[in-house]
Write a protein that binds this ligand. Structure first.
Ligand SMILES: Nc1nc2c(c(=O)[nH]1)N[C@H]1C(S)=C(S)[C@@H](COP(=O)(O)OP(=O)(O)OC[C@H]3O[C@@H](n4cnc5c(=O)[nH]c(N)nc54)[C@H](O)[C@@H]3O)O[C@H]1N2
Ligand SMILES: Nc1nc2c(c(=O)[nH]1)N[C@H]1C(S)=C(S)[C@@H](COP(=O)(O)OP(=O)(O)OC[C@H]3O[C@@H](n4cnc5c(=O)[nH]c(N)nc54)[C@H](O)[C@@H]3O)O[C@H]1N2
Ligand code: SF4
Ligand SMILES: [Mo]
Length: 740
């Protein structure tokens, strides 16, 4: 086979092979404090967790200067002092022997591409020179950043200083983008993170797909238990009997891809039975009469034909919500890039919350507050002449953030585009398994002149890099203060609990060193991040010393948490009202009120590929974590008994999956026969089936859904990539010539 200049390098020579025994220190970490010896030296350091974006604040405890265990910070509103299993197991990231250890560079030796270890200085020299050349030849705007997680702040700053604003995150275009667009179109404001849902005070919560409990949004899961204890009811709409479905008063096993029909029928029922909050609708909303006419024919009977949910259940659940109004939450969810009409589905969700008067009300959606921490002084950024939007003239107008998938597409040269992207900096996002349509991602990568990857682990994406920069884990570094919004504004500090292992370094240091190499000193006027943090903390009347002791500092709110009775509110929309009829969506040429459109269905012998989360893992980022691997080693494919009978499948049997485009998953997966999934779908947990053989535990464990997501249903309003329009069939024997 002919090799191109960017083949995936498996670095077999560096791989460890076999499953590593768990480090004894990790076992120790699970011990209780009771076993401590008098001479054990115990210390604790504040942190916020990086195992998922929820960023719970906690403490890293060390014993004899070795990382020992992680616990929650009681003052923190994200965790309320309790970490989820993934957060507790976070120390496995530190102890994982497969970690990236040294900067690596791709070279060609005897016609073969390999990675060689280089010094940090060599790495920065190489990157700086390449980036300067690209800037000269094509302009700085041809460089893009992909990022997920805390380090994005530093890399984003570097990129803007260099002259590009193309800073993208798959957590927008592959995740919550349509939700933000749908809520901005309705309320003039997105939902944001963490979601400001007053779950603990709610009387009824509707979950549309969001599988809270498997999706471990820590604070939300805790609040959901509190609400259930107080007698709140849950309505779960999911083709799968999720964990939360089992706790719900109503489980609606909807036919996949038909949610808009159900939502429109609920809107119909709530309007025509006059369940809606008349005062609220009158005072705050725009377009009610239009909406009423629009949903006239969308009766529960009509929706039954689309969704398979009985009219009687649609009526009962509409009543259940209205009984709880305004203390009701139609949960906006988070990963909502499903079928391409996602902004419109989320518009329905936004509209329902408005009709039931829950937006801004106790037990509904509250107004979060964020503490304003001043920015460290820095030279002003140069204003770039171009940005990613020029690659998509007239398209995706409601995209508020840069589309990661858009950058990827605009990297593949075309005749029309005068400049495609030439270099990517990829920080903490495993684009190979994260963006849909892997063939497209690989095509884009092969067109690049430079690919720099900053990661802690040898994830798939690192195999395509020109330069790999090993970041130390969050337990070994400072980062910017966490200033996420919440009920009360708060800040949290992350500091190192120990020196970085190997030759790994913190992101802030890398971005600064590279900036200095590129002559951008005016943007990095601090020697050390502690200087920056100290400056910021002093400005707000605190100090590093204080934050090291308390970890989290909470401030009083400026405004009330909820809207007052009859309070006058100006919404940030064209009309100043909550737009049931969206003028902004109309302006850009789409339906101002959501419509139901039928989506393609699986052919005979094929099943819709459905995927989700498992409580003990975060995507692939934890798949190799020694602690969490022990809790769940691989994913299984959920198959309905009816389907299992047709195919003669048994629980535990190995199968291969082929999708509608003939793509076969590179690994097999074991069957789990269960009533908990509908007969028209199969289900697996995302994040498994790693193809990186440097991950000694995760390699080839289970199957990656990403390989089979080749059909994208693009959201024309904001460019989200709908990923649930893929269908698979079973292969009972290992296919010949399967790439693995
Ligand atoms: N433990 C853990 N928690 C996590 C994460 C993690 O990796 N691990 N990731 C975090 C991230 S980034 C995100 S965005 C969130 C995602 O979490 P959610 O926002 O809850 O994700 P969804 O994809 O909406 O939900 C998956 C559920 O949707 C159901 N579903 C599939 N198709 C349909 C359909 O057509 N209609 C309906 N109504 N339901 C359907 C599936 O059966 C599954 O139960 O989780 C977060 N929390
Ligand atoms: N097929 C499919 N695709 C999906 C999804 C799905 O369910 N199925 N979910 C979508 C969703 S909701 C989201 S949010 C995205 C998320 O997908 P990604 O943005 O890729 O996020 P992760 O998988 O959490 O992290 C990716 C990388 O971060 C690295 N990492 C961990 N800690 C650090 C650190 O401290 N520093 C650095 N530099 N790197 C670190 C990990 O080793 C890993 O390689 O994926 C989306 N894509
Ligand atoms: S929810 Fe769990 S994994 Fe996510 S930040 Fe909190 S403790 Fe960490
Ligand atoms: Mo996400």
């Amino acid at each position: 086979m002919k090799t191109s200049r960017r083949d995936f390098i498996k670095i077999s020579s560096l791989s460890l092979g076999g499953i590593l025994a768990i480090n004894p220190l990790i076992n120790m970490a699970m011990d209780s404090d009771n076993n401590l010896q008098d001479d054990d030296k115990i210390k604790r350091f504040p942190t916020y967790c990086e195992v998922c974006f929820w960023k719970c604040a906690g403490w890293v405890h060390t014993k004899n200067d070795k990382i020992w265990k992680i616990t929650g910070n009681k003052e923190d509103q994200h965790s309320n002092g309790r970490f989820c299993p993934r957060g507790t197991g976070g120390l496995g990231m530190y102890y994982d022997k497969d970690r990236l250890k040294k900067p690596l560079k791709r070279i060609e030796e005897n016609g073969k591409q390999i990675f060689v270890e280089i010094t940090w200085d060599e790495a920065f020299d190489f990157i700086a020179e390449k980036l300067q050349k690209i800037k000269k030849k094509y302009g700085a705007e041809c460089v893009a950043l992909f990022t997920h997680g805390s380090g994005g702040k530093f890399w984003g700053h570097l990129l803007k200083a260099y002259g590009s604003t193309n800073i993208s995150a798959p957590s927008y275009s592959q995740c919550r983008g349509p939700r933000e667009a749908g809520f901005i179109a309705t309320y003039g404001k997105g939902i944001g993170s963490p979601e400001p849902l007053d779950i603990k005070n709610t009387k009824c919560m509707v979950l549309i797909g969001s599988h809270l409990g498997e999706n471990m949004h820590n604070g939300q899961v805790q609040e959901m238990s509190q609400a259930l204890e107080k007698g709140a009811s849950l309505i779960t709409v999911d083709p799968r009997y999720s964990t939360v479905a089992s706790k719900s008063k109503f489980w609606l096993p909807i036919k996949p891809a038909t949610d808009i029909a159900l939502l429109l029928a609920w809107i119909h029922e709530i309007i025509y039975k006059e369940y809606y909050d008349k005062k609220y609708v009158e005072k705050y909303t725009y377009g009610f009469e239009d909406l009423k006419v629009h949903v006239k024919n969308f009766t529960p009977e009509w929706a039954y034909g689309k969704t398979t949910i009985k009219p009687d259940i649609i009526r009962k659940t509409a009543k259940e919500m209205s009984n709880a109004s305004p203390s009701v939450i139609i949960n906006p969810g988070r990963h909502v890039t499903w079928y391409g009409d996602d902004t419109q589905r989320l518009r329905c969700v936004a509209i329902l919350n408005a009709l039931l008067g829950s937006y801004g009300k106790k037990g509904g959606i509250y107004s979060p507050e964020k503490y304003k921490v001043p920015k460290f002084p820095s030279k002003k950024y140069i204003k770039p002449k171009r940005n990613w939007r020029q690659a998509f003239p007239g398209k995706f107008k409601l995209a508020k953030l840069v589309l990661a998938s858009g950058i990827c597409d605009a990297t593949i040269p075309t005749a029309e585009r005068d400049c495609s992207f030439k270099a990517w900096i990829v920080n903490g996002t495993n684009l190979i398994t994260t963006l849909p349509n892997q063939a497209n991602t690989l095509k884009a990568i092969k067109s690049l002149e430079l690919l720099v990857v900053i990661d802690t682990m040898p994830a798939e994406i690192t195999g395509y890099a020109d330069i790999i920069l090993p970041e130390c884990t969050y337990l070994e570094r400072y980062d910017m203060l966490r200033v996420a919004k919440h009920r009360k504004p708060a800040i949290a500090l992350r500091m190192p609990a120990t020196e970085p292992l190997y030759d790994s370094k913190p992101g802030w240091w890398m971005a600064r060193e590279l900036g200095l190499k590129m002559g951008l000193k005016e943007y990095f006027k601090y020697e050390n991040i502690t200087e920056l943090l100290e400056w910021q903390l002093k400005k707000i009347g605190s100090s590093l010393e204080e934050m090291k002791k308390i970890g989290v500092k909470t401030f009083e709110r400026k405004e009330p948490l909820f809207y007052g009775e009859d309070e006058d509110i100006e919404f940030n929309t064209n009309t100043g009202k909550i737009e049931l009829y969206s003028t902004v969506i109309e302006e850009i040429g789409f339906d101002p009120m959501p419509k139901y459109l039928a989506h393609p269905e699986p052919e005979e012998g094929f099943y819709r590929l459905n995927y989700g989360r498992a409580p003990m893992h975060t995507f692939g980022r934890t798949a190799n974590n020694p602690n969490l691997f022990d809790l769940m080693e691989e994913n299984k494919i959920w198959v309905n008994p009816k389907v299992a009978k047709e195919w003669d499948l048994k629980t535990g049997q190995e199968v291969w999956l082929k999708n509608q485009d003939g793509v076969i998953g590179s690994n097999s997966i074991k069957v789990r026969v269960t009533e908990r999934i509908r007969w028209d779908s199969v289900y697996l947990v995302h994040g498994f089936g790693s193809t990186s053989d440097k991950l000694s535990r995760a390699y080839k464990k289970g199957l990656s859904d990403s390989e089979l997501i080749t059909n994208i249903m693009m959201d024309p309003i904001m460019g989200g990539t709908g990923m649930r329009g893929n269908f698979v069939t079973f292969l009972l024997k290992e296919p010949k010539n399967n790439k693995s």
